[in-house]
Design a protein around this ligand. Structure first.
Ligand SMILES: C[S@@+](CC[C@H](N)C(=O)[O-])C[C@H]1O[C@@H](n2cnc3c(N)ncnc32)[C@H](O)[C@@H]1O
Length: 311
């Protein structure tokens, strides 16, 4: 799921971001770098020389990342908090894995405004990738009315019955756009991308939406060519919660398209029989459908903004 469905979204955004920046090497600051997965995402899409600094306030993360990437030239990790004025002026502010959602809405707005205004003082373009949790993910319709809530990170390995709880902010196109408007800087690009609309990891845990089908597990089974799977289990019901009309309209239209693809696959199987290869093709087809339909509103597990400030 990560490889076929989720990471291609990051790769596309990072390739877009790199197309705007000029540094040689490209100077990168990875916000909330954790153990440095953002660097791998970046290296998957470019051969350009990079000067990479990962920042994270968690000393254990910084130590682990430093040990993992020890000896690599042009790669370093620093204990630092993006909310502080760090006097960094990279070509690319990277983020992955929704670190911006750790900040409350006031903090993310003031921090982003500061980064964008600092970027506008450079004589070269700066790309800023802001990775957050989506407000209107089908994984948590009961929280659609809340901007910040206790997010149990039950996907952590070994968390067992006692998941780590942390308050997290969810975002929409408009919550990020408000900061961009406030910064009032010259822009070369402003794009919003939803990542994992149908298959967010909490469709597997159902932690925030009891009874939600395990779409992630079901699609994984399709990718494995599992012919035992009953395709009707993949039918999408538009989630219902408190959301603007635009979001409701998206889910209604998207569910109709998704279910039509499924119906066609079910008809084909009735005529031709089940085959692992056709099941894998269906998985890829549903993935392409979601990638093509994603409106960048905040309707997926993650909402990722690409903001390019150009002098
Ligand atoms: C889910 S992890 C993502 C790690 C990594 N980027 C990845 O893709 O796997 C989110 C990270 O954001 C970091 N973080 C939380 N608050 C932060 C802040 N104020 N400034 C920078 N990083 C922060 C956390 O310590 C954590 O390592």
């Amino acid at each position: 799921m990560k490889r076929f469905w989720e990471e291609p979204v990051n790769h596309r955004i990072l390739a877009r971001a790199l197309a705007f920046v000029e540094g040689d090497p490209v100077r990168v600051v990875d916000v909330g770098s954790g153990t440095g997965d953002g660097l791998a995402l970046l290296e998957a899409v470019t051969d350009r020389p990079l000067d990479y600094t990962g920042i994270d306030p968690d000393p254990e993360m910084v130590a682990t990342a430093g040990a993992t990437h020890e000896g690599r030239a042009g790669v370093r990790f620093r204990q630092a908090d993006v909310r502080d004025d760090l006097a960094l002026a990279p070509d690319l502010w990277l983020s992955a894995g929704a670190p911006w959602s750790h900040l409350d809405h006031d903090e993310s707005r003031t921090t982003l405004v500061r980064l964008l205004r600092d970027a506008a003082r450079r004589d070269r373009p700066t790309a800023v990738v802001v990775d957050t949790l989506g407000r209107w993910s089908p994984e948590w319709p009961a929280h659609w009315a809340d901007e910040r809530w206790d997010y149990r990170m039950s996907f952590f390995q070994g968390a067992g019955d006692d998941p780590v709880a942390a308050p997290m902010s969810t975002h929409t196109r408009w919550s990020i756009d408000a900061a961009v408007l406030e910064a009032d800087v010259p822009l070369a690009a402003l794009e919003f991308h939803d990542r994992a609309i149908t298959v967010g990891r909490h469709t597997s845990t159902a932690a925030f939406h009891p009874g939600l089908p395990d779409y992630r597990g079901l699609v994984n089974a399709l990718y494995d060519g599992d012919v035992e799977l009953d395709l009707t289990e993949l039918a999408l019901r538009p989630p219902s919660g408190t959301a603007p009309a635009e979001v409701e309209a998206f889910f209604a239209a998207f569910a109709a398209l998704w279910n039509a693809r499924l119906d066609r696959a079910i008809e084909q199987e009735a005529a031709l029989g089940r085959s692992p290869s056709r099941r894998r093709v269906l998985a890829a087809d549903l993935c392409a459908l979601e990638h093509g339909a994603a409106p960048g509103l905040g309707v997926g597990h993650s909402l990722i903004a690409l903001i390019v400030v150009a002098p």
